[in-house]
Design a protein around this ligand. Sequence first.
Ligand code: AKG
Length: 275
Amino acid sequence: MGKLTLHQLKKYKENGYLAPIDALSKKEAYDVRNEIEKIENKWPKQLDGLGRNYVHLISPVFDKVAHNSKILDAIESIIGKNILICGTTLFIKNPFEGEFVSFHQDATYIGLEPYNWVTAWIAITDSNEESGCMRMLPGSHKENLRNHNQKFDKNNLLTRGQTIENIEINKTHQVELKAGQMSLHHPKIIHGSGLNKSNDRRIGFVIQSYIGTNVDQVLGKMYVQLARGEDKFKYHENVHRVTKLMDKKDIQIRKKANEELSMIFYSGAKKIGKY
Ligand SMILES: O=C(O)CCC(=O)C(=O)O
């Protein structure tokens, strides 16, 4: 993979997203799935709700993906050589459980400014029309942020069920990925995803997001790791890389990081959702 080509970069700038990009081998993708299912079996509550976030702070397998140099080469092409990892999230849809993601723009409630950041969505299982892959509204990142209704729907995987209404599906692009491939998307692109009607889980391991070191968090505190280059700005809390699965001290740090994250996500909200 390496750095993005000029053609890929042009497509990213025009559309606000880029896919598919080969990121992990099938085996590496399988290792991530295995790690998720191991944690779910041994520590049943740890990936639930808010626990789906900052997962690279409790497992070396997730850490390795977030710091993967092939992925970072692509990220560097977009945001420059000084890169921080400011979060990871698991977006999991189990078969026929009715989960979905309403159309939204990430930049709305996330507090990261300026928008020198990019989200890497890595498919751990195949993500396609049947399993409820993401859909992007191409070019929408060039417009202003739109109004989002806060619906708090039970099956919406977004914190507040934030929804941009009346998006015409036939104007959106479907982002189909095989396990191990990734898409990259811009903070302002309008995107969402439908139901998982397949017989398997649809799992996205999402680095949300890679940010330039010049990006501040204007709503609260984030726990970051330097992925590449140098951080002259030092806006955020720094956290060490993990070497053991579910170390007690790491669990405590992640708990704190997630509490702070929740305050960011729900800043100004009338109620708190499931995530
Ligand atoms: O996993 C999905 O379907 C949506 C994820 C998403 O909204 C994001 O990564 O920004």
